[in-house]
Design a protein around this ligand. Structure first.
Ligand code: NAD
Ligand code: UDP
Length: 329
């Protein structure tokens, strides 16, 4: 099967390309490199010993996207390309709505025109907003406090309407929890530009000595130790979830949580990381970060039952693999 992967040079996209190639798919990547590097694909090809066809294009540009669908008989689309920095989305909402929504519109239009039957959208646990944990796919979504989250809710809605109007068009909405870690080779991983916003890359950079200490955002949440609880998922497990969705997606629109179902607090993650890597991570408890919720973890039975997908890697693997990648940089 020939799959178009938008945002395929990015963090989750590159690991998914690797998993798709290993599962025997032909992979075409479309990425404008606004948050990634083309060399990442060389590494994926080096690891798998298989080819990827790369188009350096902006997927909000309908003519550029049309060219790919004319050049190849695309059979499925996995749409990762998006901006993802929550804080920036509050400051520059139009930038986020433009990129994240127009890209979905352009790709959905190309799929209808070229009769491409399978579409997988990267969504996020952010769409649940302040619901009770664990988050279940059937929950009513709460408005999110930022344009990034809203752009995902709107993209989900667009694809739902398109699938309802075209019974042959199958859509998987994948709501990711907290992807961390890296491929076990240490050759590809998460490379945030500037100071990391997310916890795991921050921890690895403190461990490496690039940053003095970690600020723990909030020590007074109603959680096991007062710090925020999240459902961290190994990026290769997440990648394999996309392969399962491409293989087993039924007709219509289906939404799946991709998480582990287990919550880990910030202090628990620091302590596990220190044990696995053998390096102390100095930290200080600070004020809560605006917009954060106390706990976020998934109910994962739907993906297990319908996609026969299950995580294979635990929180210790996530720490070791994240560190292996950081120490290779
Ligand atoms: P990333 O920034 O590493 O990857 C996104 C890729 O898309 C980048 O390579 C970027 O260059 C590309 N891109 C962005 N806009 C584009 C455009 N208009 N045309 C072509 N390419 C474009 O991010 P990621 O962490 O790999 O995230 C992938 C997807 O998963 C995103 O849709 C994100 O919203 C979603 N997601 C990520 C997380 C997370 O914690 N990383 C959590 C939930 C959901
Ligand atoms: N966090 C933290 N310090 C940091 C970054 C994050 O204490 O430098 C906390 C954050 O408050 C949350 C958890 O770590 O409880 C995960 O945050 P991240 O930004 O990685 O993911 P989010 O769940 O916000 O998408």
């Amino acid at each position: 099967m020939v799959i178009l992967v938008t945002g395929g040079t990015g963090y989750i996209g590159s690991h998914t390309c690797l998993a798709l190639l290993e599962a025997g798919f032909t992979v075409i990547v479309a990425d404008n490199l606004c948050n990634s590097r083309a060399e990442t694909l060389d590494r994926v090809m080096q690891i798998t010993n298989k080819e990827i066809i790369f188009y350096e294009i902006d997927v909000t540009n309908a003519a550029s996207v049309e060219q790919i669908f004319t050049d190849h008989r695309i059979e499925g689309v996995i749409h990762f390309a998006a901006y993802k920095a929550v804080g920036e989305s509050v400051r520059e909402p139009l930038k986020y709505y433009h990129n994240n929504i127009n890209s979905t519109l352009v790709l959905a239009e190309a799929c209808l025109k070229h009769e491409v039957r399978r579409f997988v959208l990267s969504s996020s646990a952010t769409v649940y907003g302040e619901n009770d944990v664990p988050f279940v796919e059937s929950m009513k979504l709460q408005p999110t406090a930022n344009p990034y989250g809203e752009s995902k809710i709107i993209s989900e809605r667009i694809l739902r309407d398109v699938a309802n109007a075209n019974s042959w068009f199958s859509v998987a909405i994948l709501r990711y929890f907290n992807p961390v870690g890296a491929h076990v080779s240490g050759l590809i991983g998460e490379e945030p530009r500037g100071t990391p916003g997310n916890l795991m890359p921050y921890i690895t950079q403190v461990a490496k000595g690039k940053i003095g200490k970690l600020s723990v955002f909030g020590g007074d949440y109603p959680t096991v130790d007062g710090t925020g609880v999240r459902d961290y998922i190994h990026v290769m497990d997440l990648a394999e979830g996309h392969v399962a969705a491409m293989n087993l997606l039924g007709e219509g629109i289906h939404t799946y949580n991709l998480g582990t179902g287990k919550g880990t607090s910030v202090l628990e993650l620091i302590s596990i990381f220190e044990e696995e890597v053998g390096i102390k991570v100095p930290f200080e408890i600070m004020e809560r970060r605006p917009g954060d919720i106390a706990e976020c973890y998934a109910e994962v039975s739907k993906a297990k039952e319908e996609l026969y997908w299950n995580v294979k890697r635990d929180i210790r693997d996530m720490c070791r693999d994240a560190w292996r990648f950081e120490s290779n940089l």
